[in-house]
Design a protein around this ligand. Structure first.
Ligand code: CUA
Length: 181
């Protein structure tokens, strides 16, 4: 399942739990309570709060680790450690790539710049999901790394409005299966 699918399921489950909690509160609110029941309810509420806080904290830590483990931006100004590198120049209104064929399974570093105004460099998989993106800025090179897992035809689309030719400012490149892999 794609990461988006997993996040979607987690989100739906969370919303369902919150909805159930509301239903429970509404049902409980209709019942008359004596002092003992009220104390028990308050204690149970505090215990639930602690559990909920712990759960949120755990979700935050796990979520941060899972999404930032492969941080897509290498330290600027250091030598590339990627197996493949591509120089990318955006201009009104086209993309220029130093290569149009890449291998799947090993890291690619894109060095993205612009010859005129700001452009948005975004890579879409063959099935239309965004893979990674960086800003293409004049007189500056942004480095972004990505490892392609699937061979196919990938599309680069400009994501920053840059004039009349912004919409068709796209190109494609091929990702092929790793040699011997
Ligand atoms: Cu280049 Cu929009």
């Amino acid at each position: 399942m794609a990461v988006q699918g997993i996040v979607w399921v987690i989100w739906l489950t969370g919303m369902a739990l919150i909805a159930l909690a509301f239903v429970w509160i509404v049902v409980q609110a209709g019942k008359p309570a004596d002092d003992g029941t009220r104390d028990r309810t308050v204690r149970r509420g505090h215990a639930l709060q602690k559990w909920f806080f712990g759960l949120l904290l755990a979700a935050f830590v796990v979520g941060s680790w899972a999404t930032l483990r492969h941080f897509p931006i290498p330290p600027q100004g250091t030598a590339s450690e990627s197996a493949q590198t591509v120089d990318v120049v955006g201009r009104m209104w086209s993309w220029e790539l130093s290569t149009s064929t890449l291998e799947a399974g090993s890291e690619v570093e894109f060095r993205v710049t612009s010859a005129d105004v700001n452009h948005g460099f975004a890579i879409y998989s063959p099935d239309g999901h965004i893979q990674t993106q960086a800003q293409a800025m004049p007189e500056y090179t942004n480095r972004v790394v990505h490892t392609f897992s699937e061979p196919g035809t990938y599309t680069i689309q400009c994501l920053e409005y840059c004039g009349i030719g912004h919409e068709p400012m796209k190109t494609t490149f091929e990702v092929v299966a790793a040699a011997g892999g």
